[in-house]
Design a protein around this ligand. Structure first.
Ligand SMILES: [Cu+2]
Length: 425
């Protein structure tokens, strides 16, 4: 498994590099070596890698059961405008979901755990395969000494999974929430494939909006299919709201004043905002999980998810219609096409986008970012304004390339160490 982890890490890096910048093509031999390493995996592991996009996975226990260890912690995330926002949420051991024991100090958290992310990394599960997910509460390490947020308990609620109450993470119904420096194991066997999410259910308003949520992807098997539909690529786009001022109040005193007036100052896709500086490394479009890279004639599965206080995201791609194939983790009896999809907190909508043959040559007249580039943005335009600035919010791009061109890269795009910029594409 260690070898697999290494290879998974390697391939993840390769995938990220490949998507982040065309410069990867300039180092063809290194890339080939990585590909060879990935291709020489046994079929089972190769298929696993394909279907999870190289995401970090749990490990198999001695009895063959999947095991994931999630740790709650706090920390800062950097927004595209440079602001560091204090958040708390779930994380895991560095490069894996393995058990690193109880983590109780800031130093241990820094040494053993990945920094906290919002949303935290996806958890991939498989229909019919039992999983043990252990939640460890490491406490808060960056809150003010007398803040009421210190020492709070947490849970994982498996939103959308039909579970018995004992493993569904609603505190004290009937299981107590996980106290500071304690842990609890949720043992579940997924019944249905689809797109779901996990979130804390203690003091839900504050804990969820502070950052305690992550995608749960349940696969039917090891093939690139969802609900019986084949796809070539898939992206999970988690839309959410964040209030840096509310979080600051939690950090300092543990209470959000005037909670009825809670207002997001950031509208996020996978924890980032778009910003008009296309080189900004913290922008949505420079995140390989969030920029929708595809090739002509491919079918792309988008797993859309949302969480927040009250904002309804209205997701609108320029240039494409989306075929809605599933709602809230259930296959629709008949699909329908939409070019604008409203998604509210807690919902998951799975859509297929079929990329036409000419799409890599097509220029979007509204954004004029270059051939093959079209934007997808929140059409509830409140979600396009963060910290009072527009366009800064829930916007990403389709970045469609020609397969023929990719097969024969004559002159790789030079980025000189900067993030990939669609204007240079
Ligand atoms: Cu919590």
């Amino acid at each position: 498994m260690k070898v697999l982890r290494k290879l998974l890490g390697l391939t993840t890096a390769a995938l990220f590099m490949g998507i982040t910048t065309h410069a990867v093509l300039s180092d063809v031999s290194a890339e080939e070596a990585k590909q060879t390493a990935a291709w020489s995996l046994p079929d089972e592991e190769q298929n696993l890698l394909n279907v999870t996009n190289g995401d970090v996975l749990g490990e198999r226990g001695k009895d063959g059961v999947w095991e994931y260890h999630l740790y709650t912690t706090d920390g800062y995330i950097e927004m595209a405008n440079g602001e560091l926002v204090w958040v708390f949420g779930y994380t895991h051991a560095k490069d894996s979901f393995r058990n690193v024991g109880e983590v109780t100090t800031k130093e241990q958290a820094a040494e053993l755990l990945e920094p906290v992310k919002v949303p935290s990394d996806p958890v991939h599960l498989f229909v019919g395969e039992k999983v043990r997910i252990t939640l460890h509460n490491t406490g808060m390490h960056c809150a003010a000494e007398h803040s009421g947020i210190n020492h709070v308990a947490h849970t994982i609620h498996f939103h959308g999974l039909d579970l018995t109450p004992s493993v569904d993470g609603v505190p004290s119904l009937p299981v107590d929430p996980v106290l500071e420096h304690k842990s609890f194991t949720y043992e579940i066997t997924p019944q249905y494939e689809g797109s779901f999410m996990g979130h804390c259910h203690v003091d839900s308003f504050n804990h969820i909006l502070a950052g305690m949520y992550f995608p749960i992807i349940i696969h039917q098997d090891r093939s690139k299919t969802a609900y019986g539909y084949k796809y070539d690529r898939d992206y999970t786009l988690f839309f959410s709201e964040l209030s840096s001022t509310a979080n600051e109040q939690l950090q300092e005193v543990g209470v959000v004043h005037g909670i009825q007036d809670w207002k997001a100052d950031y509208f996020l896709i996978n924890g980032r905002t778009f910003t008009d500086n296309l080189y900004n490394p913290r922008s949505v479009i420079n995140d390989p999980r969030s920029r929708i890279v595809a090739y002509e004639d491919e079918t792309v599965l988008l797993r859309l998810m949302a969480i927040g206080a009250d904002h309804v995201f209205s997701i609108h791609p320029h240039g494409y219609h989306m075929e809605v194939v599933a709602l809230d983790g259930r296959k629709l009896k008949s699909t329908y096409d939409k070019d604008t999809i409203c998604i509210a907190s807690g919902e998951r909508i799975d859509v297929l986008v079929r990329i036409p043959h000419f799409a890599s040559q097509r220029k979007c007249l509204s954004c004029n970012l270059g051939a093959g580039i079209t934007i997808m943005h929140d059409h509830n335009l409140r979600g396009m304004v963060s910290t009072g600035k527009y366009p800064m919010g829930a916007l990403t791009i389709f970045d469609v390339r020609s397969k023929a061109k990719a097969a024969q890269p004559e002159a790789p795009v030079k980025t000189e160490g900067r993030p990939y910029n669609p204007l240079e594409h």
